[in-house]
Ligand binder design. Structure first.
Ligand SMILES: Cc1cc2nc3c(=O)[nH]c(=O)nc-3n(C[C@H](O)[C@H](O)[C@H](O)COP(=O)(O)OP(=O)(O)OC[C@H]3O[C@@H](n4cnc5c(N)ncnc54)[C@H](O)[C@@H]3O)c2cc1C
Length: 563
């Protein structure tokens, strides 16, 4: 028995373990980080969204982590200071395909990522990112133990004992399960729902490849859809009735040293259950044979790691928090719902932001009862509930391009409001250092995007109800599209300049100067007061020429000597 008593044992040195271990060690807590494997190691969760970086920026300030602030808060910073292996994401692209036919160029949509102030999003080569985070935690004093799968976790009234596969033991006052979808605590404590309590039922076939031809450069019988951004300069989603394929290039950033591209096929598990008689690679080739335009993109491509075919991706647990233990988003299930819209890391960072402060204060009070972490559990539950509706609605929308074209506007509005809100929170916090403005000080929890925005919550619920009618055969696709567009038209909290209420608008492009200007005028003159206030507070985020907000002297809670 190792007699050393750690304050916190973090199980798993992936993204979540690395972020949490860094914060806790930076604040002087005695942290053990233990992983079944060792770096470098493959992980999914490669495409970022604004929400992820903005939450990291909030954590950088709140927890005073210079590495998050300077090296790990934008794609550009990561490229410069962490690794040259990541790609750039200038857009969310969606190209609709019909089985057995070449793609129709008019059936595509694109959301252009505004670079204003914060640059573009990133395609994270996770093996480098996760190693960086673990190294940062070690820098601040965390003890790292690799190649030690934890097999037993014994929670006693005054501490927790961990036992590895080889019989080594560790003791800690508190344990955090960051072991991802295999969640060790949910398995050991028998907490998994079987089946999961979710509508979404999807699975995935994935690998990394080289020599993937940019879709933009193909010569296709009907042509290639032309949009403001190249498809290959963002996360490209090939969508079809029953599923979608992600194309996440790492070689699309100037100066990238990584030739790989992440490829993943996500399928409705009820319509396309995992075949018992096919390898993952055979499934991949069968898929290509059904969609000729997609096949063209992969004519020269070669896989550089074994194809993996998963079972159902979704998990739910009966309980995510107990006395002296908690599981984070990846282990809880809210971080691994489905790759659609790249929400996993955003959920993870929101939950970690809420957890770290509560954990440090519970350690200081020596009160590690479940009650202290009830908020974090509620937050993760909200993420999974809203995420389930968003993803379920999306798979229903894949039935027809027109339906997708109507439904994805809900996501676009939600993303816009949520990002606005987080930008406003970040800027207000920078100015005031008032913890009561932070996302986890709010009731009800943020949930997905801006789902605690009353108007958006109602809009989303109404639109989702329309989607369920299509699935149940109670309403035609045409009627559903009409109703959703009517709902969008009636919603007063998105800028008319974006054209979201018009089915003919296929591009969401806030950074086009005319759209940006008209949206600004709308926000100042016609938008509901809450949207106007958020816009004013978030303004600095979009206009870096004003320079960063003044750094106030903060009373940090750093306790250790390793500062
Ligand atoms: C198909 C798919 C695609 C996704 N794509 C995206 C995306 O594009 N963007 C996005 O934001 N999110 C995405 N996500 C979600 C994202 O992958 C997760 O949110 C994120 O990886 C969670 O990180 P983690 O650290 O919790 O888990 P992981 O990265 O899985 O790390 C878990 C760690 O725990 C270790 N471990 C496991 N068992 C044990 C044990 N018994 N003892 C000790 N250590 C153990 C493992 O070795 C590993 O290092 C996707 C999810 C899925 C399912």
């Amino acid at each position: 028995m190792n007699s050393e008593l750690f304050d916190v044992a973090v199980l798993g040195c992936g993204f979540e373990g690395g972020v949490l271990g860094t914060i806790l060690a930076r604040h002087g807590y005695k942290v053990l980080m233990v992983d079944a494997g060792q770096h470098p190691k493959f992980a999914l969760g490669e495409s970022t969204v604004r929400h992820t970086w903005r939450t990291i920026k909030i954590m950088a300030e709140r927890y005073d982590i210079p590495e998050f602030r300077d090296k790990f808060s934008t794609g550009e910073a990561v490229h410069k200071y962490v690794t040259s292996s990541c790609g750039i994401k200038r857009n969310f692209g969606f190209i609709y395909h019909r089985e057995g036919e070449h793609q129709r160029p008019e059936e595509a949509t694109q959301l252009v990522i505004p670079s204003l102030g914060e640059g573009y999003e990133a395609h994270l080569f996770r093996q480098d990112i996760d190693a960086f985070l673990t190294n940062t935690a070690a820098h601040y004093g965390a003890t790292i133990r690799s190649n030690m799968p934890i097999e037993k976790v014994d929670v006693q009234p005054d501490n927790v004992t961990l036992t590895t596969a080889k019989g080594a033991t560790f003791r800690a006052r508190y344990v955090v399960d960051c072991t991802g979808p295999g969640s060790i605590l949910s398995r050991l404590f028998g907490l998994r729902d079987n089946p999961p309590r979710l509508r979404t039922n999807t699975r995935c076939v994935f690998s990394h490849m080289v020599d993937v031809t940019p879709y933009d450069d193909l010569t296709l019988p009907n042509g290639v859809p032309r949009m403001p951004e190249r498809w290959y300069s963002g996360t490209c989603h090939h969508i079809f009735d029953g599923g979608w394929l992600w194309v996440i290039p790492f070689d699309n950033r100037k100066g990238s040293t990584n030739a790989a591209c992440s490829i993943g096929l996500s399928l409705d598990n009820e319509r396309f259950p995992k075949p018992a008689d096919k390898t993952a690679e055979q499934e991949w080739h069968d898929f290509l044979n059904r969609f000729p335009s997609v096949k063209e993109q992969f004519k020269k491509a070669k896989a550089i790691r074994e194809w993996v075919s998963t079972g159902r991706l979704q998990n739910t647990v009966t309980q995510a928090v107990g006395d002296r233990w908690i599981m984070t988003s990846g282990a809880h299930g809210s971080g691994f719902l489905d790759a659609m819209f790249s929400r996993g890391l955003a959920n993870s960072t929101e939950a970690l932001n809420a957890l770290a402060a509560r954990l440090m204060s519970a350690l200081d009070d020596d009160d590690l009862r479940a009650e202290r972490f009830e908020y974090v559990e509620r937050l993760m539950k909200a993420h999974i509930a809203r995420g389930d509706e968003l993803v379920k609605g999306t798979y229903i929308s894949f039935k027809a391009f027109d339906l997708w074209n109507a439904w994805y506007r809900l996501w676009a509005i939600g993303v816009g409001l949520g990002d606005y809100k987080l930008g406003a929170i970040y800027q207000t916090y920078l100015r005031t250092r008032d913890e009561s403005v932070l996302p986890d000080a709010q009731e009800p929890p943020l949930g997905l995007f801006s789902s605690n925005h009353p108007g958006f919550g109602e809009l989303f619920a109404s639109a989702f109800a329309e989607m369920l009618k299509v699935e149940q055969g109670q309403q035609t696709i045409k009627d559903t599209c009409d109703r959703i567009f009517q709902l969008v038209r009636n919603a007063p909290f998105h800028s008319p300049a974006l054209g979201l209420a018009d089915p003919a608008t296929k591009v969401v492009h806030l950074s086009r100067p005319s759209v940006a200007l008209r949206s600004f005028v709308w926000a100042m003159t016609q938008a509901p007061p809450d949207v106007r206030e958020m816009g004013l507070a978030a303004f600095r985020t979009f206009l870096p020429k004003f320079g960063p907000a003044p750094r106030l002297s903060t009373e940090t809670r750093l306790r250790g000597s390793s500062q």
